[in-house]
Design a protein around this ligand. Sequence first.
Ligand code: FES
Length: 309
Amino acid sequence: MAEPKILIVDDELVVIKSAERVLRSEGYDIEGALGGREAIMKIEQKSYDLVFTDLKMPEVDGITLIRWIKKSKPSIGIVIITGYPSQDTIKEALELGIIDYVPKPFTPSVLLDVTERAVEWTKGIKPEEQKVAEEFPPAMDAELERVIYDYRKKPGCLIPVLQRAQEIVGYLPPVVQRKISKGLNIPVAEVHSVVSFYSFFTMKPRGDHNIRVCLGTACYVKGIEGVVSKIKETLKIGIGDTTENRKFSLEGVRCLGACGLAPVMVIDQDTYGAMSPKKAMGIISQYDPALAEAATSEEAEEEMAEKEG
Ligand code: FES
C-alpha cells in the first residue's frame, strides 16, 4: 500500500510547516490547508487518508470540519492537533470518533508516534486492535481487560479502573479511554471528564521517571528557575514534556509541601532539597547511566580545559 496522504489543517502556517518538515523527513505524503474552509475545498477535489486538524480556527473551526468529514468522507481518519482546547471541545471530538490527539506545541517524536498509529488505522486496523498488536504487549491488554472485568459491576468503579489503567499502560490515551468507556458502559465523555479533572491522570505518555520541580514561592526565591533551565537544556524538553527516549518527564508543580528544603525537586517518590543546577543534574544522572556517562566526560573535558587554561 502506498504511503497514506495526510492533510494538515491549521490557521498558522508555521504549524503546518513544522509538521510537514517532521513527517516528510519520514517519507509521508503531506499537504497543508490554511484553515477549515481551504481543507474542505481540498478534500472535495482530492482524496486523503488522514486529516490532522487544529480545533480553534476562524470561519470553519475544527469541530465543524470533523463533522463535515464524518458525514461526507467517513473513511478519512482524523487526528486533532491543538493547543489549549476546552475540555468540552475535546470531549466532542472524542465522541465524533477522532483517532487521537496531538498536543501543541508538539515534539517530533510525539507527532511521529501518533502518525504511525493513525496510519495503522487507515490500513484497516482499529486503534484498539492495533494497540494490542504494536504498542501494548498482549499481556498489558489482557491485564487491562481483566481490571475492567473485575470492576465493571462495582459502584464508583471508574476512578480505580483509570488508576489501574494508568499503572498498566503508563498514561491514558483516547484509545484506552474508549476501551474503558465500552467495558464499563460509561459514556466516553464522562470518562474523559474524569481524566481531565484529576491532575494525577495524564493523556500524554510519561517517561520511566517523572521529575517534578517545585515552582512555588519559597522554591522560586531560592533559585529553582536556574535548576529548571539546566534540566530543560540538558534533557532538551520543556515542562510537561517527555524526553525522546521516554526516560524522563518533566512536570512543574505549585508547592511540594517541603518549603523548608527549597528549592525542591522530586523524582518518582524521592524528594531532593537544596537543589542547585549541578546537584539536580547529578541526581538525575543517577537514574540514567547514559546521562551519567555524558556528564562524566563533560566534567573531564572541563577539568582538562581548566588545567590547560
Ligand atoms: S514552595 Fe517549593 S516546596 Fe513549597
